[in-house]
Write a protein that binds this ligand. Structure first.
Ligand SMILES: Nc1nc2c([nH]c(=O)n2[C@H]2C[C@H](O)[C@@H](COP(=O)(O)OP(=O)(O)OP(=O)(O)O)O2)c(=O)[nH]1
Ligand SMILES: [Mg+2]
Length: 141
């Protein structure tokens, strides 16, 4: 195998940190079995051709959870290489507008406080997202 064919696939992902009025964040549990099955994540998914990252996030959140959100400021962009997969996660703060979140494409969903995130197991790439989030919250309050 040469160097090119051994490169893992690269996915460009829009990711949402969705806040509600109670200052909670929405997390979802990935379905068992698949890539990173059973781990918790911030909802989101792959960008489609011609889409901005904000449009991608809004579409994915409607498809996965059936809710409307406003996409707000950029939090962080993470490039991470897993064993068989490379991801670029572009993360935005988002605000819940309407609809009750439904587990359409995941196993389970939960609203949690930012300081409860440590109690859930996320993919490796999320360590930096959670650190950025906790840092920004510490500075806000
Ligand atoms: N949505 C989301 N994905 C994450 C996070 N952290 C993390 O490493 N990822 C990875 C897991 C997936 O490989 C990818 C998300 O893309 P996706 O949801 O479209 O991927 P998937 O594997 O579920 O879908 P597919 O390729 O089978 O269609 O990014 C996170 O916090 N949120
Ligand atoms: Mg997804």
């Amino acid at each position: 195998m040469n160097a090119i064919s051994s490169l893992p696939p690269h996915k460009i992902i829009g990711v949402a940190v969705i806040w509600n009025k109670q200052e909670q964040i929405l997390i979802d549990r990935r379905r068992p079995g698949g890539t990173m099955g059973g781990l918790w994540e911030f909802p989101g998914g792959k960008i489609e051709p011609g889409e901005t990252i904000e449009e991608c996030i809004q579409r994915e959140i409607y498809e996965e959870l059936g809710i409307e959100i406003t996409v707000g400021e950029h939090l962080i962009t993470i490039d991470h290489t897993y064993k068989h997969l490379q991801v670029t996660l572009t993360v935005h703060h988002c605000y819940h507008l309407t609809g009750v979140p439904q587990a359409i494409e995941c196993d389970e969903i939960r609203w949690v406080k930012w300081d409860e995130l440590d109690q859930f197991t996320f993919p490796e790439a999320n360590v930096e997202i959670i650190a950025a989030l906790q840092k920004s919250k510490n500075y806000t309050f």
